[in-house]
Design a protein around this ligand. Structure first.
Ligand code: UDP
Length: 489
């Protein structure tokens, strides 16, 4: 990542431009077949000539960790592969700004968060920070450039950038299945900034708020990159070597090297270790693993996963499975101020588990200094998992769910938000109807763990589902159609 020279409002506010490579869409030939690739290329050429001389900007609030950064990193190189000047800028903010935007994030999910107000004082902080960011960004963006602003953190840039003559799209990755007083509070806060956007993009139809209930709102779910270090093919013994090296798996060291392929095609090697909190021995390579990988966020319910697993272990004293809760190093994600306190809370609850159960619950913070290395560790952990769980209480769209499905893992996830579109219950995964229902979570886990046939069937279907629905080809096609529509308007 390259840090741009800016004149910051104060020492904490500065924008960064994230460097992006270019990738040819032809890479998908073996996955998607010739005809879809030919169609995508035609669209790409059209898009490229439509955008001649114009840049397409993505603006969000973190370059590392979380679904939006992950998605931008996955999709944008293919846009650049069409010869389009596609760029990515990360805004800066103060701790107070990110506290307010995290509160907004909770509100749009329909949740109370820290319950702090979202009134005039908060609006003033939000606008001041975004005004400083807009001043920097306006040195880069030209009239008729397309700017895609992501999530509540950047929504307040829309009026200034529209004022410059840019075409502004606001894309929201979160939402609530049903409106409630919290969602009202959130949308009231954001309404003045987003109502004049050229288009608004949501992950699901149910997420479109009243204020965006017009023909400029469209639905585009995210996608994953099957060639990234996080999702690329990885042999079982390489996955184990990576986990052994990282300190997540025991056994005897093998000759196999903990390697992966970097985004630019060069060889990569996992060098760093995870920071693991555990009481018992490191897991044996043969132990069945139940794995949840998420940011340390209360809405991912890591404590609920732990309790559900503990409930199963109480019911089945001979249970061989172990639980790994993994997340990024808590200092990694600039726009998520809650992660350290969430991990602390998980550790506190973990200490309350009986010894015999605590022995087999591992809390892992994964190294993030090298994001591709981090991705390779996530890849290895998802592949080693017997079952991947995502027991979120709310979820706009669970990238971790799609990532695990691509790896043919059976996924047990809450029937909330976008996960309900991603998994068809009983076909390509299993859904937990009530995400707070610890007993049912334990029961379904207990049913799936010993049933190798069911796990395999769900895993195969899951892979096929991702191939059909959640790869960049579909995503890029929808963006091309959106651009065509906006330019025609
Ligand atoms: N992730 C990661 N490293 C970690 C933990 C999570 O790269 O240590 C990634 C995970 O693989 C996924 C993203 O962070 O790609 C989380 O996206 P998701 O949509 O599941 O949740 P969000 O964080 O956006 O709420």
């Amino acid at each position: 990542m390259r840090q741009r020279e800016t004149e910051p409002l104060d020492n904490v506010i500065r924008i960064q431009e994230v460097e992006l490579g270019a990738q040819p869409i032809d890479r998908f030939l073996t996955i998607s077949g010739a005809e879809p690739i030919a169609r995508a290329k035609r669209l790409g050429e059209e898009m490229s000539s439509r955008l001649k001389g114009r840049a397409v900007w993505s603006v969000n609030s973190t370059a590392t960790g979380g679904g939006v950064a992950e998605m931008l990193r996955s999709v944008l190189p293919y846009v650049r592969g069409f010869g389009i000047d596609c760029r990515w800028v990360v805004i800066g903010g103060s701790p107070d700004f990110f506290r307010i935007t995290k509160r907004l994030h909770h509100a749009l999910h329909g949740s109370y968060g820290d319950g702090s107000p979202l009134g005039d004082k908060e609006r003033a902080v939000y606008e001041d920070v975004l005004r400083a960011n807009a001043a920097e960004i306006s040195g880069l963006v030209r009239p008729r450039d397309v700017v895609v602003l992501h999530d509540p953190q950047t929504a307040g840039l829309a009026p200034a950038l529209t004022g410059l003559g840019a075409i502004v799209i606001w894309r929201c990755h979160i939402g609530a299945d049903d409106p409630n007083p919290e969602t009202e509070v959130g949308w009231r806060f954001l309404e003045p900034y987003i109502c004049d956007a050229a288009a608004t993009v949501f992950t699901r139809r149910q997420y479109v708020p009243e204020v965006c209930n017009h023909d400029r709102s469209i639905i585009i779910p995210p996608s994953i990159d099957p060639f990234s270090p996080k999702n690329q093919e990885m042999a079982d013994d390489v996955a184990r070597a990576i986990l052994f090296h990282t300190g997540l798996l025991g056994g005897t060291p093998s000759e196999v090297l903990p390697t992966f392929v970097r985004l630019d095609g060069s060889p990569g090697r996992v060098d760093r270790r995870a920071d693991v909190i555990r009481l018992g021995p490191v897991s044996s390579p043969d132990a069945p693993l139940v794995v949840q990988i998420s940011r340390w966020d209360p809405l991912k319910d890591p404590v609920g996963v732990m309790w559900g697993f503990a409930r199963l272990a109480e019911r089945e004293p001979d249970l061989e499975a172990e639980l790994v809760l993994a997340g990024p190093n808590v200092h990694a994600i600039e726009d998520d101020p809650e992660s350290a306190s969430t991990l602390d809370a998980v550790v506190d609850r973990w200490r309350e588990l009986p010894h015999g159960i605590r022995d087999r619950v591992h809390l892992a913070s994964l190294p993030t200094a090298d994001l591709e290395e981090n991705g390779a560790i996530v890849n290895a952990l998802q592949r080693q998992a017997t079952i991947v769980v995502q027991k979120s209480l709310r979820e706009g769209f669970g990238l971790t769910v799609t990532e695990a499905m691509w790896k043919r893992r059976p996924v047990l996830a809450s029937a909330v938000g976008g996960i309900q579109d991603q998994i068809r219950d009983g076909t390509d995964g299993l859904l937990l109807q009530d995400p707070n229902d610890i007993e049912s979570f334990a029961t379904v886990l207990g049913r799936l763990l010993p049933d190798a046939g069911l796990r395999q069937r769900l895993g195969e279907e899951a892979h096929e589902r991702v191939r059909a629905e959640y790869l960049p080809l579909r995503h890029l096609t929808q963006y091309a159609e959106l651009l065509e529509r906006i330019d025609a308007a």
